[in-house]
Design a binder for this molecule. Structure first.
Ligand code: FES
Length: 578
């Protein structure tokens, strides 16, 4: 790897030397207690201390291989002359946490930042993968401004059922709809349950985890090609060892995130998300990550980039293939090589080369999975930002995953006041719903839900499924899983719970969605809306203490990244002195 100091260029002093090198009582304590653990001077004196922030947990189904990978990363650190220290941090496993891991993304980000700041750490390997762990760790490491390299968990292997390939989330939703429509028996449903999660690793569709892993690669904070290597391949073990080695080099050169992450890096990452037709959740995370670097990314930035970037990856939920296919087809670097003229090729990476140099050798091996530009899956605009009187601060729709027949649609609203209300009534035989109805969910936003859960792909009512209909227009201030699909308008801001116009919608109001015009309008006259607004009452605060109170008081809206307002900006706090 390049990026190491030349022989004539002495390395900067190690940060950990402030703990270990002094001849004072405090440093004596640091050294003697490490010796009490069985280490001696040769282990940690004058060696870079490289931390592994490990989000392993028995309750995180996607990180079950992280104990093994941690040992492999440590092997690389030792080979390169570093001192590995493994530090567990809170794990955010999507499958077992309620109401949503998004409630805790900022908690992990804060923990990562503070753990890095207060310990004798020279550089860090961030071990994440399951959705929120990726942005949270990166946000924290940027704020701590310590050299870091991100190690993605990698996607699980493709699943098989009968003669079909199954993708995480996407095919669960699809077959659940068939079950609700009476087309799948209990035995078949159990068979799918038994086989859809085939190995360790993250969801193997282009869901949030894979989107964020590829974004990390495009940002230049992973080793080359790290974004798509399946979790259980030997390549993934080798990636772990190489990541450990590189982290030692980063400690030596002291390449810090604020030294190389630029607006151009984040533009590259946005292009990556859009050409992958990646998860809409990544929009929120990208705004938050950039914010930690003091870089402002707006929904308008997304929209203007979306207008010129084609969708080239044919991956579920909007396409056909899975992450294993994507990796075998050449991975992200091969895809980005198709878009060189749109990228900032000079953006720096943790690998000591520019992004342009990093992706240059990659070639597309299967151009069904990674399309040429003249055979794009979607010419431009795979994800749009919409505005209108229903979403003055914006909302998003994944156009490429929505039924084109619904891209322009006007229909009467059917309003659910909350998720509980929706669960109670959605399959009521008396529900006044037709295929033209626009399903509206209120109280699904960052503060109202709370935590901005993935409720945005509202289920199609059973009686509509039985008509053979599989998509309807759905609008909410919630998010949806990156593995989801359908005509779902998401992230409506400001959210209903804090007085946003979505909270003023009533049953029967006409709503007009026009994707090409990028508008979302509530067709109710201004006087009526003003009347409803005057009657709206701000809810009483629901949380009097603890993390939920902090979250409710300081989380920003979706268009601002849902970070805590007091964590924006790129002025790292003072290093601990004593
Ligand atoms: Fe962990 Fe999907 S549940 S990545």
């Amino acid at each position: 790897m390049s990026g190491q100091p030349s022989p004539s260029q002495p390395s900067p002093p190690l940060r950990s030397a402030r703990w270990f090198a002094k001849d004072d009582l405090r440093s004596f304590g640091h050294r003697s207690r490490l010796k009490g653990m069985g280490y001696d001077d040769a282990d940690f004196m004058d060696r870079p201390v490289v931390a592994l922030l490990n989000t392993w947990s028995d309750l995180n189904t996607c990180h079950s291989h992280f104990k093994t990978r941690a040992e492999e990363i440590k092997r690389g650190i030792l080979q390169a002359g570093g001192f590995p220290v493994e530090v567990p941090v809170v794990s955010l496993g999507e499958m077992l946490m309620k109401p949503t891991t998004m409630l805790y993304r900022n908690l992990l980000a804060m923990e990562a930042e503070e753990v890095l700041r207060c310990h004798p750490i020279d550089s860090v390997v961030l071990m994440g993968g399951c959705d929120k762990t990726v942005p949270a760790l990166i946000m924290g490491a940027i704020s701590a401004n310590l050299p870091f390299v991100f190690f993605p968990a990698g996607p699980m292997l493709k699943a098989r059922w009968k003669d079909q390939t199954l993708g995480s989330g996407t095919d669960a939703w699809k077959f659940w709809a068939e079950r609700c429509a009476g087309n799948l028996c209990d035995g078949e449903w159990k068979e799918i349950e038994n086989c859809i999660a085939r190995s360790a690793g993250t969801c193997m569709t282009m869901g949030t985890a894979s989107t964020m892993a590829c974004i990390a690669e495009a940002l230049g904070v992973t080793l080359p090609n790290a974004g798509s290597i399946p979790a259980v391949l030997s390549e993934h073990s080798r990636l772990a060892v190489a990541t450990g080695r590189r982290a030692v080099e980063l400690a030596t050169t002291q390449l810090r995130p604020l030294d190389f992450l630029s607006r151009e890096s984040f533009v590259n990452a946005m292009i990556t998300q859009l050409t992958l037709s990646g998860s809409t959740n990544a929009i929120v995370h990208m705004i938050a990550m950039a914010g930690r670097a003091g870089i402002q990314i707006t929904l308008d930035d997304y929209d203007s980039i979306s207008k010129r970037i084609p969708v080239l990856a044919d991956l579920r939920p909007s396409g056909r293939f899975l992450m294993e296919d994507f990796y075998n087809a050449g991975g992200l670097a091969a895809l980005l090589n198709q878009l060189r003229d749109t990228l900032h090729l000079d953006a720096k990476t943790v690998n000591g080369v520019t992004l342009g140099e990093q992706i240059a050798p990659a070639q597309v091996i299967d151009n069904e999975v990674i399309r040429d530009r003249d055979r794009a899956i979607w010419p431009t605009g795979g994800t749009y930002v919409l505005r209108g009187n229903l979403a003055p601060d914006g909302c998003v729709i994944k156009t490429v995953a929505a039924d084109p027949k619904l891209h322009s649609h006007t229909g009467p609203a059917l309003v659910f006041k909350s998720y509980a209300d929706m669960k109670l009534r959605i399959n009521d035989p008396a529900l006044p719903v037709t295929p033209d109805t626009v399903l509206v969910l209120q109280t699904g936003g960052p503060i109202g839900a709370p935590g901005f859960p993935e409720w945005g792909m509202l289920p199609i009512p059973d009686k509509i499924l039985k008509m053979g209909i599989r998509d309807m227009v759905r609008i909410s201030d919630a998010r949806m899983s990156g593995t989801s699909y359908g005509t779902c308008v998401l992230h409506v801001a400001p959210e209903s719970y804090i007085g946003g116009p979505l909270g003023l919608v009533e049953d029967g109001d006409l709503i007009s969605l026009d994707v090409e015009a990028r508008t979302l309008q509530l067709l109710v006259d201004d006087a009526t809306l003003a009347n409803r607004k005057a009657r709206w009452k701000k809810p009483e605060p629901r949380w009097s203490r603890g993390y939920l109170k902090l979250f409710a008081e300081h989380t920003t809206q979706a268009n601002l990244g849902c970070d805590f307002d007091f964590l924006h900006g790129n002025t790292p706090d003072l290093e601990p002195e004593i």
